[in-house]
Structures are given as C-alpha cells and as structure tokens.
Design a protein around this ligand. Sequence first.
Ligand code: ACO
Length: 343
Amino acid sequence: MSSSQTKQNTPSFPATAAGTRFARIAGTGSYLPPKRLTNQDLVAQLAQRGIETSDEWIVERTGIRARHFAEPDVPSSALGVQAARQAIEAAGLQPEDIDLIICATSTPDMVFPSTACLIQNELGIIGCPAFDVQAVCSGFIYALTVADGMIRNGTANRALVIGSEVFSRLLDFNDRTTCVLFGDGAGAVVLEASDQPGIVSTCLHADGRYAKILNVPGNVRGGEIMGDPTLKMDGQAVFKLAVSVLDKAAHEVLEKAGRDASCIDWLIPHQANLRIMQGTAKKLKLPTEKVVVTVDQHGNTSAASIPLALDHAVRSGQVQRGQTLMLEGVGGGFTWGAVLVDY
Ligand code: ACO
C-alpha cells in the first residue's frame, strides 16, 4: 500500500468523558545499530586491556550473548528516528498525524534541547509537544504511562513514545562487572485514542534512597567533567530489589484491572538479565515460554529494551492482536513500574 493510501488525517476520536477514552498500541518499531559484538568479540577486546572475562561467565550470569554498539558519531536521536519511522508506518500513519512525542532516554544527544525535539525535527513534524523522560531503565514505562494519561484526558490523539539509548557511551571498559551488560538501540510505539483499551492499567514508583546502587555520578561544570561519568552498579543489590519490585508492580496493575496473572499472554520485562526475568515470571507463576526474551541478542539497552522486545515479538509473530501483555521496567533512581496492555 502506498503512503498516500495509508494516510488517515481525519479520524473521529472518542470523547474525553471518564472511562470512554483509552490509548491503544497502533504500531511498533525498533532499530539496532549495525555493529554487533558477540561475547567472544568483547572478551577479545577486553583482553587487550588486561581485563579477563568469558562467554561462559556472561551467559551463565546474565543470558547475554551479543549486543549492538552505535558508532561514536551516532546519537540517541538517530536511533530513535529509525524506530519512530517504523512505528508510524506500522500504524498506517504519516509523521504529521502524530500530535505528541515523548522520548525516554538517559543518554540524550545534548543537555538540551530534548532528544524528543531533535527527533520531531528529523521527522518533519512541527508544533506538537515533545519532551524527554529520564527514568533510566524504567523510562519507557514512565513515558508510556504519561502518554496514556495525555491521550485519556484528550491532550493528544496519536502519541509517539520512544525509548532510545547509546548506553555504550556510559561504560567503563576497565570494569568487567558492568561493561559486558549493556548495548545500544531504540524502540518505539504509536499510541492512538480509542473507545476500547488498549492500555488497561499502569503503575509507577521511585525510591531515591537507592540512588547509590546504580548511577552515573559525573556531571559537567564550567566545561569540565566533574566526577566519574561512567556507570556504577552494585549488581547484587540491584538484582534483589529488581525481582521484588517487579513482582509487586505486576500485581498492582493486575489488581487495578480486576484481573489475575492468568490473563497474561506475554510478559515483556525490561531486558537486564535473564535470571531477573525468569525470577519475575516464577513469582507470577508464568511459564518461562511466556516471557519475551531479547536480552540474549541485545544486552541491556535501558529505556529502549522494552519497546525493542515488544517490536521484535510483534514482527516475529509471537505477540498477536487480542493478546494481553504485561510490560515492566526497573532501573536507576531507583525507579520501577508496569503497564498492562490488551494488544
Ligand atoms: N567476567 C568474569 N567474572 C566476573 C565478571 C565478568 N564480566 N564480572 C564479575 N565477575 C566476578 C566477580 O569479580 C566475582 O568474583 P569473586 O567471586 O572472585 O569475587 C564473581 O564474578 C561473582 O561476582 P558477583 O557480582 O557476585 O556476580 P553475580 O552473580 O551477582 O552477577 C551481575 C553479577 C550479572 C551484575 C548480577 O548481579 C546482576 O545481573 N545484577 C543486576 C544487574 C542489572 O540488572 N542491572 C541493570 C539494572 S537496569 C538499569 O537501570 C541500568
């Protein structure tokens, strides 16, 4: 179908009376930079620095086998634009149909303007609100929840929600406990106003007391980098907290929806570590076959990981229309949340 045939500029959207307007996922997209490093590639590169690791250690502790790294001159916005274009096309829309852009990222191109504004410009969209959400690996869940609220209250009809990261820029390649875990990429969804859910229920949480267990403490002052601008993590503390809060968040959105875990066709968690994802599924009494897993091929892409996993599951035919999805994120802050979706 040609782009002019798919253009849908004059729809009638449902009214904003409470309970009559929802946000549904109209299309998904994703993008991975072409440079792919297997564990073996990384092991060889780290060996040149005198850092010892192995494919066996990485696979056993994390489930990660490969990740993608963007070239040094490729920013988050460039990855996000590619994912956004795919999501808009999958929704059967044109960029000018979008009336809200939210980008979740902790690796913005610049201090300001926001990555969302840069993506807006690249897409040739003029005038709609565009802003970033910074909640690290929970960023996409935060962004989706904000967009859901703005659609429900009539502020927007068609929202582009993007997660885009170049986390490779934050890594200390002398720290084997963190540099093997992360990758770069982007994912996006188009949310559209509808008289049917769509997004059924959401929850968001944060607890700043845990800021020290996962952070990038550096800053810029007077043109100088102050402190260390690379990622620091207490892996075991993050692991324990992640499994616990993901379980609580899942139950919270199920309770809000008046449902139980048996309604879930697919669990699509933040892709940090296979063991965390399996632990979460076990607590929900879901078989591991119901967990969408891309961490093995993408590593942890922070705010991009959930929309990347969703898009891969949609395009591979795993996720089908009419199914119920549990999206869950957890990350630095500490932040966490969940979104229950009738897809
Ligand atoms: N290769 C080989 N050995 C390693 C490596 C490596 N890359 N990294 C650590 N080790 C060693 C350690 O030095 C330690 O050795 P020792 O016993 O001689 O002291 C041993 O492996 C065990 O280290 P642990 O830290 O106890 O390993 P653990 O089983 O906890 O796994 C991991 C570490 C993978 C980081 C795990 O704790 C984890 O996944 N935590 C959660 C991480 C996470 O999800 N982070 C993302 C959050 S989302 C966000 O906001 C960015």
